[in-house]
Design a protein around this ligand. Structure first.
Ligand SMILES: NC(=O)c1ccc[n+]([C@@H]2O[C@H](COP(=O)([O-])OP(=O)(O)OC[C@H]3O[C@@H](n4cnc5c(N)ncnc54)[C@H](O)[C@@H]3O)[C@@H](O)[C@H]2O)c1
Ligand SMILES: O=C(O)C1=N[C@H](C(=O)O)CCC1
Length: 239
C-alpha cells in the first residue's frame, strides 16, 4: 500500500518505521517544518491512504485537502474535535472515508472497554467518587489529552451523578475532574480512580513507547483503504 504521511514529527517518524516493516511504501511526507513537502508537489496523489498526526490548529484543513483529493485519511491529531460534525457530513454526503481515534493503541482501547463496563457497575454505588489523571511529555500542546476526553465522555454517559468534566479542579460534586500532568518524555499514562471511605479501585494504562500508537495507526490505514465512511477503533477491533 502507498501511504502519505501528513506530519513528520515524533509520530510521523514512528509510523514510517512500522509501515515500512509491514511492507508499505511512504510516497509523501507533508510537513512545512520537517520536510518542506506539500500536497501540490505531485506525490500526495500517488497515495492509497493518508495518515495525519500534526497539531490541533491545522488538522481540519489537512482533512479538507485529503477530501479534495478523495483520499481516505487516518486522523491521530487531538484537540480539534469541535469540527468533527463537518467531517461526519463529508463522509455521509460526499462518500469520503475518515478514521479517527483519540488513541490507536490496542491496550488503550481495551482500557476504554473496561472503563465503560466498570462505569456501569459504579453508577449505583454513590459512596465512590471518580476522578481521572493523565500524564504526558512536556511538548504536548493540548490538555486534557484526547484519550482522557474519550474516557471522560464514557464516564459521563454511564455515571448519572457526574454531569461534565473539568480540567484540574472541580467546583461541584457533579464535576468529573481530569488532572493533567506534563513531565519529561512520558508517552502517555491514563488512570481512572474510584475512591470511597474504605477503599480505592483504579484502572490504568501506561504506554512504554509510541510504538503501540504507531502500529494501531498503520492497522487503521490498512482498514481505511478497504472500508468506506466514518470509521473508528470499535469497527476495526470488534471486541
Ligand atoms: N491518536 C493517537 O493514538 C495519538 C498518539 C500520539 C500522538 N497523538 C497526537 O498526534 C499529534 C502529533 O503528535 P506528535 O507527537 O507526532 O507531535 P510532534 O510535535 O512531534 O509532530 C507534529 C508535526 O506536525 C508538523 N506540522 C505542523 N503544521 C503542519 C501542517 N500544516 N501540515 C503538516 N505537518 C504540520 C510539525 O512540523 C511537526 O513535525 C498530537 O495532536 C498528539 O496529541 C495521537
Ligand atoms: O503524545 C501525545 O500527544 C499523545 N496524544 C494522544 C492523546 O492526546 O490522547 C494519545 C497519547 C499520546
Amino acid at each position: 500500500m502507498k501511504i502519505a504521511l501528513i506530519g513528520y514529527g515524533k509520530m510521523g517518524k514512528e509510523i514510517e518505521k512500522i509501515a515500512q516493516s509491514r511492507g508499505h511504501e511512504i510516497v509523501s511526507r507533508i510537513d512545512p517544518v520537517a520536510t518542506g513537502e506539500d500536497f501540490g508537489d505531485g506525490n500526495f496523489e500517488k497515495a492509497d491512504v493518508a495518515i495525519e498526526f500534526t497539531i490541533p490548529k491545522v488538522a481540519f484543513s489537512n482533512y479538507q485537502k485529503c477530501f479534495e483529493y478523495n483520499k481516505p485519511v487516518v486522523s491521530g491529531t487531538t484537540g480539534w474535535l469541535d469540527k468533527l460534525p463537518e467531517i461526519k457530513k463529508a463522509c455521509e454526503k460526499d462518500g469520503q472515508t475518515f478514521f479517527y481515534a483519540s488513541n490507536f493503541s490496542v491496550g488503550v482501547n481495551i482500557l476504554f472497554e473496561l472503563n465503560r463496563h466498570l462505569a456501569k457497575i459504579m453508577n449505583d454505588l454513590d459512596d465512590y467518587n471518580v476522578e481521572m489523571t493523565e500524564v504526558h511529555h512536556t511538548q504536548k500542546l493540548d490538555a486534557p489529552s484526547g484519550t482522557a476526553i474519550t474516557l471522560a465522555e464514557d464516564l459521563l454517559e454511564n455515571i448519572d451523578r457526574k454531569k461534565e468534566w473539568k480540567l484540574d479542579k472541580g467546583e461541584k460534586e457533579s464535576d468529573l475532574v481530569i488532572k493533567a500532568e506534563r513531565e519529561g518524555d512520558v508517552p502517555g499514562i491514563h488512570t481512572v480512580k474510584y475512591e470511597s471511605e474504605v477503599d480505592e479501585i483504579t484502572i490504568h494504562h501506561s504506554a512504554k513507547s509510541r510504538q503501540g500508537f504507531a502500529l494501531g495507526a498503520v492497522l487503521a490505514a490498512e482498514f481505511a483503504a478497504k472500508n468506506k465512511g466514518f470509521l473508528g477503533m470499535r469497527d476495526m477491533l470488534k471486541f
